[in-house]
Ligand binder design. Structure first.
Ligand code: THU
Length: 170
């Protein structure tokens, strides 16, 4: 059984070319797309506004039209008002007209990789297929991938609300 001193997951170095190749095959990404997501989410950490937690998070998403959007966490003096990196990146995609995402990548300065918080998992659920990959990079760019349905089992989504499909898209 995993304890607090033995993480429940292992992370693969992004420099392991054959590991990245098999990850990409499994999750329907090209190797170039994987590395673009990696570079973007890692670089986005530098744009975080996190004077309170000092915990930088960068995120990047790729849409079904292969457009990339990046974000970072944006905190607030009124702590609960702060927004996570994943939601910043996804809101940018959505407000630019990209509502369907192929993959989400997130990077932090810790190891093992941090996974999206519960609120972000639900936010991702709105715009990403259940089998979509969530790629999590640690401080050294080692990564772990899980599908959205693994991070958020038995999830609640738009199809549960009939009004979401019977109305014109808004
Ligand atoms: N944070 C994210 O940006 N994404 C997550 O999924 C987890 C937490 C941010 C929120 C806050 O600015 C800082 O990390 C510490 O919780």
């Amino acid at each position: 059984m995993a304890t607090s001193s033995s993480p429940a997951w292992t992370a693969t170095p992004a420099t392991d070319a054959s590991g990245v190749e098999s990850t990409c095959k499994k999750y329907g990404l090209t190797v170039d797309e994987f590395h673009e997501l990696r570079r973007r989410c890692v670089a986005s950490k530098a744009t975080a506004y996190c004077p309170y937690s000092r915990f930088r998070v960068g995120a990047s998403v790729i849409s079904v039209n292969n457009a990339y959007f990046d974000g970072a966490n944006v905190e607030n003096a009124s702590y609960p008002v702060g927004t996570c990196a994943e939601r910043v990146a996804i809101a940018k995609a959505v407000t630019e007209g990209h509502r369907k995402l192929r993959a989400v990548a997130v990077a932090t300065d810790i190891a093992p990789p941090a996974s999206p918080c519960g609120m972000c998992r639900q936010f991702i659920r709105e715009f990403c297929a259940l089998d979509g990959p969530i790629i999590m990079f640690d401080k050294d760019e080692n990564y772990t991938v899980l599908r959205l349905q693994e991070l958020l089992p038995l999830s609640f989504g738009p199809e549960a609300l009939p009004s979401a499909s019977s109305l014109p898209p808004v």
